[in-house]
Write a protein that binds this ligand. Structure first.
Ligand SMILES: [Zn+2]
Length: 199
């Protein structure tokens, strides 16, 4: 009786270990799929936010006859929800120090994750935009990139960030808002200097 019970326990233990191992293997197989789905959802949310910012900027432009001097200038009049300026993949939730490529929390305390390209030095050098404060229509008019998300994901699109740890081997997508309000994804492997929306 005791012996039989002992064997049952031993079997149960082995079975438990086997089941645990199987769960571990399955989790290992499924985790990248979950992570990918989660990243895709965040990217979709980011693109949706950029679309909202594009609409806000178009309303600003219609009222003022030119683009806003910086991205968050459309808040709150044309975009009351400040959370729209923060990409869900931004680890610092938009609260960055201001730099040449990022507005951060300087003008909008709740933070800005996106780069406003008319103010991006490299975009002036490439001739996309004139140097501020001339907020014209841009080199490609409605197709001119207007804002960009740094957290999706291609750092090759920013030479300043390339110099930092991120830029070694960029993969994935660059998410761009165009001046006309469209949002497009572009492969990160494409150098920014070769970008031409008309090609
Ligand atoms: Zn993003």
């Amino acid at each position: 009786m005791h012996r039989s019970l002992g064997r049952d326990r031993a079997l149960t233990l082995v079975e438990t270990l086997v089941v645990t191992a199987i769960i571990g293997v399955l989790a290992g197989l499924l985790f990248p799929t979950f992570a990918k789905a989660r990243d895709g959802a965040k990217r979709a949310s980011c693109m949706n936010q950029l679309r909202q910012l594009g609409m806000a900027m178009q309303m600003y432009t219609a009222d003022h006859g030119e683009l806003a001097p910086w991205l968050s200038a459309v808040c709150p009049t044309y975009c009351p929800d400040a959370s729209v300026f923060v990409c869900p993949s931004d680890p610092a939730a938009g609260r960055h120090d201001a730099s040449a490529y990022m507005e951060g929390a300087t003008r909008l305390p709740s933070g800005v994750s996106y780069t406003y390209l008319p103010n991006w030095k490299y975009a002036w050098e490439l001739g996309w935009w004139g140097r501020p404060p001339h907020y014209g229509r841009g080199k490609w008019r409605d197709s001119t990139p207007l804002a960009m998300c740094h957290w999706h994901w291609g750092k090759r699109w920013d030479p300043e960030l390339d110099a930092q740890a991120w830029g070694k081997d960029p993969k994935g997508w660059v998410v761009l808002l165009e001046a006309g309000g469209s949002v497009r994804r572009i492969r990160a492997e494409q150098p920014v200097s070769e970008f031409d929306p008309t090609a």
